[in-house]
Design a protein around this ligand. Structure first.
Ligand code: PXP
Length: 256
């Protein structure tokens, strides 16, 4: 289906507000305050990744976000028993399963669903039973999409990191090939009945072609927005991203 006449949702990832706070310990900057500001600036949801090593978002942050937000929380987590118990306790609107390696700086690749189909099918069942919308973060790869569909996930999030890296490194042929792959796989997943989201590494320069993909319903963006916020403020950085997304969606150039 073509959803380009529908508003593309923006989920703002606030992990790196917590990164800055944790660099010194203490209470500021406060991720909930950032989330409320993001909400006021046009975020349709807030995303937060509780990592096993708690390097940014903490358990107390998740609790505060659950209590304080009036937009949906997308709770990113690894598929571990510890995280499943936390998600079942809080019952966030959405749970996004991501691969997690202790030594990585950020979520480097998509989840290997195809190799772990059985375990993941059992893992997501109780989350779905309590009403969480389960999303699986995967590469734009037909095998992984088919596996995500088979295990009963209603949503996939396509990893845009390879597309963004190719752009940043000036490898424009590779970037365009990645974009083509994302376009084909978004359409393929939508045909299977999956809701398609996308994210990772998106910036003002790279967001438009992804926002224009007719089957993508939501983008999750964090690190770039938080960096830009240091110069222009969080509200302005989010408003500009929102304007670029909306312009790409409508096919009209942005005045932002
Ligand atoms: N989507 C998922 C599943 C992620 O893991 C992340 C990073 O935590 C993002 C989106 C946002 O990526 P970035 O911070 O690079 O915008």
């Amino acid at each position: 289906m073509d959803y380009s006449d529908q508003k593309l949702r923006l989920g703002v990832n606030i992990d790196h507000i917590a990164t800055v706070r944790n660099a010194r310990g203490g209470d500021y900057p406060d991720p909930l305050r950032a989330a409320l500001l993001a909400q006021a600036a046009g975020a349709d949801g807030i995303t937060a990744h509780l990592r096993e090593d708690r390097r940014h978002i903490t358990d107390a942050d998740i609790e505060a976000l659950m209590d304080g937000l009036s937009v949906p929380l997308n709770f990113e987590m690894a598929a571990t028993d510890e995280m499943q118990a936390i998600a079942l306790r809080h019952k966030p609107h959405a749970v996004c399963l991501v691969p997690e390696k202790r030594e990585e700086r950020t979520t480097e690749g998509g989840l290997e669903v195809a190799r772990e189909e059985n375990r993941l099918a059992h893992f997501i069942a109780p989350l779905r039973d309590v009403g969480c919308r389960v999303s699986i973060f995967i590469a734009a790869d037909q095998r992984q999409i088919e596996a995500a569909h088979r295990i009963g996930a209603p949503v996939i999030e396509l990893h845009t990191g390879a597309y963004c890296d190719a752009h940043a490194e000036g490898r424009f042929d590779a970037r365009d090939a990645e974009l083509e792959r994302l376009r084909d796989m978004a359409a393929f997943a939508d045909d299977l009945g999956l809701e398609v989201h996308a994210g990772h590494g998106l910036t003002y320069e790279t967001v438009a072609p992804i926002a224009a993909l007719a089957q993508v319903r939501e983008l999750n963006i964090g690190h770039f927005l938080m960096g830009e916020a240091m110069f222009v403020g969080l509200e302005a950085s989010i408003r500009k991203m929102r304007a670029l997304m909306d312009a790409a969606r409508s096919g009209k150039p942005s005045k932002a």
